[in-house]
Design a protein around this ligand. Structure first.
Ligand SMILES: NC(=O)c1ccc[n+]([C@@H]2O[C@H](COP(=O)([O-])OP(=O)(O)OC[C@H]3O[C@@H](n4cnc5c(N)ncnc54)[C@H](O)[C@@H]3O)[C@@H](O)[C@H]2O)c1
Length: 327
C-alpha cells in the first residue's frame, strides 16, 4: 500500500516509515522539517511541505496515488502548548483539518492518527481504559482530543475510516538502536537522563519525591518504539473491518522516575548528579494504560516491555550519535 506519512521525519514517524517499508508498503514522507531530520529518512521518498499547504497536500495525495495517511505531524510539548496555545491549535488542529479536507477532496479514506494519553487529563483511576473521561488539562491534550472528535464526525459521514492511537510514553531506539529520539528541545525523560549520563547536562531533576508511590516519584507507562509502530500496522489492517478505532498503546505497567534513573545508571555504567526539587503543577502520581482493547481486538503484544531493553536501545543510539541526527 502507498502510505503518506505526515511528520515522517520525526522520532515516531521515521521509525514507522522504516517499518512500513520492511512490511512491503511504499511509504512517502511528508514533513516540513520544523522538528524532523532528513538523515532519519534517508533513502525514502520525501515531499517537503507544510500541512498548512492544502494545495500541495491535494496534489501529493492525487499524483502519488496515496491510499492511506498516517499522521504524526504535530507540536508535542505540553509546556509550550500552555505558553503558546494558538500555535498548538493552528498546527495540531487547523492543519489537521486541512489534511482531512485534502483527504476528502481526493477520496483517500484511511487515516491513522497519533493521539495521546494527554486526552485523559488527570484520571480518577489507573490503569486508564479508553472509555475513561476525556478531560485534558492543557492545550496539547485539547487539540488531540478535538482531532479525534473531528475524525469521529467525519467517519459518520462515511468519508473516513480512522484509528486514533493514544500513545503513552514512546521511548527507545528502533531496529535495535538504529533510529533514535532527537527532539530539540528535548522534553522526554529517558533522553534527558541519558544527556546527564553523557555529561551533556549538569544534572537530572526529580520533580517531587513525596507522591503516593512506592519510592515517592511519579510513575509513567513507557512503550518501546518498535512495539508502538507494530500496533500501527495491526490497526491499519483492522480498518478494513471497522471504520472507527480507538486504542490505548502502552505497556500496562509503569516505572517510576527513580527506576528510570537507576536503569540509565546501570546500563550506561555512568554516575551523574540527581537533584530533587518540588512537584510540578499538573503531574499525576501514576499514569498507566489499560491496553486490553488493543491486545484483544488487534492481537497486539508488547515484545520490549522491559525498561532495561528500552534504555539499552536508547543508550546505544545516543552514544553512537553523540550530536543526534546531523540535520
Ligand atoms: N513522543 C511521544 O512519547 C508521544 C506521546 C504521545 C503522542 N505522541 C504524538 O506522536 C506524534 C509524533 O511524535 P514525535 O515524538 O515523533 O514528534 P516529533 O516532533 O519528533 O515529530 C513530529 C514531526 O512532524 C513534523 N511537523 C510538525 N508540524 C508540521 C507541519 N505543519 N507540516 C509538516 N510537518 C510537520 C516535524 O518536522 C517532525 O518531523 C505527535 O503527533 C505526538 O503528539 C508522541
Amino acid at each position: 500500500m502507498r502510505i503518506l506519512v505526515c511528520g515522517g521525519a520525526g522520532y515516531i514517524g521515521s521509525n514507522m516509515t522504516a517499518l512500513l517499508a520492511q512490511a512491503g508498503h511504499e511509504p512517502v514522507v511528508f514533513d516540513n522539517f520544523s522538528r524532523g531530520h532528513r538523515t532519519a529518512v534517508k533513502g525514502t521518498k520525501v515531499v517537503t511541505g507544510d500541512l498548512a499547504n492544502r494545495e500541495l497536500l491535494v496534489r501529493t495525495l492525487g499524483e502519488l496515488g496515496i491510499e492511506t495517511v498516517m499522521h504524526f505531524a504535530a507540536y508535542i510539548e505540553v509546556g509550550e502548548s500552555v505558553r503558546e496555545p494558538l500555535k498548538y491549535y493552528q498546527n495540531n488542529l487547523s492543519n489537521t483539518q486541512n489534511l482531512l479536507s485534502a483527504l476528502q477532496e481526493t477520496g483517500v479514506a484511511k487515516f491513522v492518527f497519533s493521539s495521546t494519553a494527554a486526552v485523559y487529563g488527570m484520571p480518577q483511576r489507573v490503569p486508564i481504559s479508553e472509555d475513561a473521561p476525556k478531560e485534558p488539562i492543557n492545550p496539547y491534550g485539547e487539540t488531540k482530543l478535538a482531532v479525534e472528535r473531528m475524525c469521529h464526525y467525519q467517519a459518520e459521514t462515511g468519508r473516513l475510516r480512522f484509528a486514533a492511537l493514544r500513545y503513552f510514553n514512546a521511548c527507545g531506539a528502533g531496529d535495535d538502536g538504529a533510529r533514535g529520539e532527537d527532539h530539540r528541545p528535548e522534553s522526554h525523560l529517558i533522553p534527558l537522563i541519558i544527556q546527564a549520563a553523557m555529561g551533556k547536562r549538569a544534572d537530572i531533576k526529580i520533580y517531587g519525591t513525596d507522591y503516593p508511590t512506592p519510592d515517592g516519584t511519579c510513575i509513567r507507562d513507557y512503550i518501546h518504539i518498535d512495539d508502538l509502530c507494530r500496533a500501527h500496522l495491526l490497526a491499519l489492517k483492522k480498518l478494513d473491518e471497522q471504520a472507527e478505532l480507538v486504542y490505548n498503546l502502552g505497556n500496562g505497567h509503569g516505572y517510576s522516575v527513580r527506576q528510570v534513573i537507576d536503569t540509565v545508571k546501570r546500563v550506561s555504567g555512568k554516575d551523574f548528579k540527581v537533584v530533587e526539587v518540588d512537584r510540578r503543577p499538573g503531574d499525576s502520581p501514576v499514569l498507566t494504560s489499560d491496553a486490553t482493547k488493543a491486545r484483544t481486538e488487534l492481537g497486539w503484544r508488547t515484545e520490549k516491555g522491559e525498561l532495561e531493553e528500552m534504555v539499552t536501545t536508547a543508550w546505544k543510539w545516543h552514544t553512537e550519535h553523540p550530536n543526534g541526527y546531523s540535520d
